[in-house]
Design a protein around this ligand. Sequence first.
Ligand SMILES: [Zn+2]
Length: 226
Amino acid sequence: MNIINADLSFRDGLSYGNNPKMVILHHADAVICSIEDIHRWHLQNGWSGCGYHYFVRKDGTVYIGRDEKAIGAHCLNYNAVSIGICVDGNFNVEAMVESQYSSLLQLTKSILNKYGISKIYGHFELYSTDCPGSNFPLDRIKKEAVEGENCASYPGYLIKMNSGLEDDNVKIIQNKLIEQGYDVGRCGADGYFGEDTLKAIKKFQLDIGICDDGVVGPSTWNNIIK
Ligand SMILES: [Zn+2]
């Protein structure tokens, strides 16, 4: 996950003392925009600047908006007890691409772990709005962000290269490999076991000193997941 500090300059400074108890998810409600656009829009609202703590682009790049310790400006009544993440797009009219979802999932998980919390909300669950949109994968991220914590068990079959078939267990492995710094190719954790995933698995197997056959059996699975 590539995190860039957008280095925004905030008007009148920020208020600190944020005490995160939950992650609140938003969309930008614009098909394409940058963190600088959001910063400008929020300044125009009369705020100090970008109200979100993070912004995730479609290519999976994560930008830092406000410092996590700064009180946000993204969800009335919850700004001092949450981390606000905004994703680029309008999920009333489009679906989220996997590169973006994968970064959003990693970012959300890392925040939950850091603060020892487990609550994730879509903005509309806390305020009268349609944000983050009807196509936003809210149920999926709520499930998957917490799921990784209770180590998925070996699914009971050998997972081998088969780039024509989507497999959720391949996605679990890819996410774990990405978290550990392995490159599974430009599509990220897409659930397809192709050449790049094969390379990453072989490299992982070599790194931990087991047979690098590129096949995920119980031993490789348990070492990747733990
Ligand atoms: Zn929102």
